[in-house]
Design a protein around this ligand. Structure first.
Ligand code: NAD
Ligand code: FES
Length: 292
């Protein structure tokens, strides 16, 4: 059982929880994720790690209510427990494995969309710890949905906030600010984009035109998180990959976003899962237990 030390609402339907998880806190790296279950019968919910404190032995997660499982999670308070808190899962961000001297030479741009701001935060914080100040664009639909602004400001080189409706910061979607910054003369060696699939698709379309290599963190539907069930299948550079073990980070210019978005929709219904089973043939693992 994993004790919740802090639970608070960051914005409408978006929650932050700090959880006691000594072993994960000791080993996790930016970019990795965990899977939680509220109880024995609970849905398995994958969440990218937002922060960790190795000394305190805690891991911070941020999630949005999107269904019954996350609704149940949001009711938990400080002092309550998660039944399961499994991780760290997936590969760490590629940045973690780069020699420090190389990192220091790079001009890095992070693009965070909505709840995707949470997984961006530990990467920017980790870089600051290495003396690298990255530029960060954080986009939200409206001012009230903006999260972790102060935290990000404390670790970013420059922070650019955008709102789709212009209620705060720059007006428009994150892609507009990427374009503006480049037009203003900024040069970036790499872009890391994390947020809704549609945002990552359009950031990648733009950075391809601008010639900026781009990494994305994919969050397709996950079930086991160990590469066995096949739920998180994506196509990257024409090859089948499983986001939970091969990712979650991939070269954004090689990801088939249209297929990933279509699959995400199809996986939600029995009819869709049956169609996927048919389409994917022998390479459809079917281990999710839902597609017969
Ligand atoms: P949102 O819909 O509010 O979008 C956030 C920002 O993304 C917008 O403000 C905009 O700037 C940008 N954006 C959206 N559509 C765009 C487009 N077509 N072109 C360019 N930019 C665009 O985000 P939200 O409601 O917080 O997102 C929730 C989604 O994010 C869920 O589907 C969730 O699964 C996903 N998510 C992904 C990750 C990840 O690791 N990739 C992490 C957390 C959440
Ligand atoms: Fe990735 Fe099951 S969640 S294979």
């Amino acid at each position: 059982m994993y004790k919740i030390l802090e639970a608070r609402e960051l914005a409408a339907n978006i929650y932050l929880m700090e959880v006691e998880a000594q072993r994960i806190a000791k080993r996790c790296q930016p970019g990795q994720f965990i899977i939680v279950r509220t109880d024995e019968e609970g849905e398995r919910i994958p969440l990218t790690i937002c922060d960790y404190d190795r000394e305190k032995g805690t891991v911070t997660i941020v999630f949005q209510i999107v269904g019954a499982g996350t609704k149940k999670m949001a009711k938990l308070q400080a002092g309550d427990y998660f039944h399961d808190f499994v991780g760290p899962l997936g590969c760490a961000s590629e940045l973690v494995n780069e020699p420090e001297e190389e990192l220091k030479k790079k001009s890095i741009l992070f693009v965070a969309g909505g709840v995707g701001t949470a997984p961006v935060y530990p990467q920017v914080k980790w870089l600051k710890g290495k003396g690298v100040a990255a530029d960060v664009i954080v986009g939200a639909k409206t001012k009230d949905l903006l999260i972790l602004e102060k935290e990000m400001e404390a670790v970013a080189g420059n922070l650019y906030v955008t709102t789709d409706d212009g209620s705060y910061g720059r007006s428009g979607m994150v892609t507009q600010t990427v374009k503006d910054l480049v037009e203003e003369g900024k040069h970036y060696d790499v872009c890391i984009a994390i947020g809704p699939m549609i945002m990552m698709k359009f950031v990648c379309k733009l950075t391809k035109e601008l010639g900026i290599p781009t990494v994305v963190s994919l969050n397709p539907i996950m079930v086991d998180g160990t590469g066995m069930c096949g739920a998180c299948r994506v196509t990257v550079d024409g090859e089948v990959k499983f986001a939970c073990v091969d990712g979650p980070e991939f070269d954004g210019h090689k990801v088939d976003f249209d297929q990933a978005m279509k699959r995400q929709q199809m996986y939600k219904t029995a009819e869709g899962r049956a169609a996927l089973k048919e389409e994917e043939g022998d390479t459809h693992h079917g281990g999710c237990g839902n597609c017969g």
